[in-house]
Write a protein that binds this ligand. Structure first.
Ligand code: ZN
Length: 128
């Protein structure tokens, strides 16, 4: 299981984050966009850290990257090296995704999101 070390921004507690402690919530932004935000909680003080955001654009790019990944897998299954073209394409998409996500975090930092399920308002502060 993939584990990432994290430090709480409030109480400086060090803890591990994995797929069991990380969650994703769908929000509506202040300008009406529907986005998925990935977050985890500090086990000591309960501070929520918002670490990743996806909108229609990054979700589409993610789908694209999956398609290219599958193309590469075909070569790996045959124990061949995928052509450089495929690797370059994948790297390009990944770069696009990370810069688009970063831009979204900057654009929406300290704005109010509405949780689509609980209708609760959350002041979004991203951990950049
Ligand atoms: Zn904490």
């Amino acid at each position: 299981m993939l584990e990432v070390k994290a430090i709480c921004e409030d109480c400086k507690e060090k803890f591990k984050v994995n797929s069991e402690t990380i969650s994703k919530t769908t929000f509506k932004t202040n300008d009406g966009k529907i986005v998925d935000v990935v977050h985890y909680e500090c086990p000591k003080c309960g501070r929520v850290h918002y670490v990743q955001i996806d909108d229609e654009n990054t979700k589409r790019l993610l789908e694209n990257s999956k398609v290219v990944m599958k193309q590469a897998m075909v070569y790996y299954f045959r124990k061949q090296t995928p052509p450089k073209k495929i690797k370059t394409k994948l790297e390009k998409i990944k770069k696009k995704i990370s810069s688009a996500r970063l831009q979204l975090m900057k654009d929406y930092n300290n704005t109010v999101f509405v949780d689509l399920q609980s209708k609760e308002e959350v002041n979004m502060h991203f951990s950049l």
